[in-house]
Design a protein around this ligand. Sequence first.
Ligand SMILES: [Zn+2]
Length: 257
Amino acid sequence: MQLFDAHCHLQDECLAIRLPQVLEKARIAGVCRLLCCGIHEKDWEAVRLLAEHHPEIVPCFGVHPWYLGGQSAHWLESLEKFLLGTPSGVGEIGLDHALPERNDAEQEEVFLAQLRLARKLRRPVSIHCRRAWGRLLELLKVEGGLVAGGILHSYSGPPDLVGELESLGFYLSFSGVITRSGNRRGHRSVAVVSAERLLIETDSPDLVPVGMASDINEPENLVRVAEAVARLRCVSLEALAEQTYANACRLAHPFVR
Ligand SMILES: [Zn+2]
């Protein structure tokens, strides 16, 4: 069985300090490709190096809405250099209306700059969205949609948006949040995603699946997500693994070595 972790942060210190073990445990669990997202300007070089040394790691570079304000004056030029220098996608970028203190104008300015860069370079995007679905759709329509597809990571939106998001070019990715028995909305959403638009992820080191001993998530736990998604969609674990692996490869094909 082969699994593709469609969203994780291996550059995070708590994983990076023991990366050989993390990757070996992932490999034993069948996780043989991982899409690793930067979250701010200061971790892009670490993500680039991880991908350079580990061919199973597919890199993405971006500024996450939680980490606004720390960018240098030339951050966008720097992002373009990383994207041109390495086969890669744009992410993690997005909108977060669930943040207790937020600046929507700044979030949108940084998000749109990165979305436009992805469009210019024809790269896929990895998007974080919390409680901002209406605004995300408005902005995407104004911008003309996605040119190279994208991922909505740890999808938390309503099931009735799934069709519209798919038609805009999105793949919908589900994380350990889906293993929570009270997540009825997530359970309904995961059941209605088209088979060819479905992805699974860990968001390591965050979003530990239910029942794990450690509070640090790792890619090897992707199996727990796969089992839960397979159960909710009434398919076998093997079929779910094969489908989501093929989907992630299709989206990331220019960058999968
Ligand atoms: Zn993330």
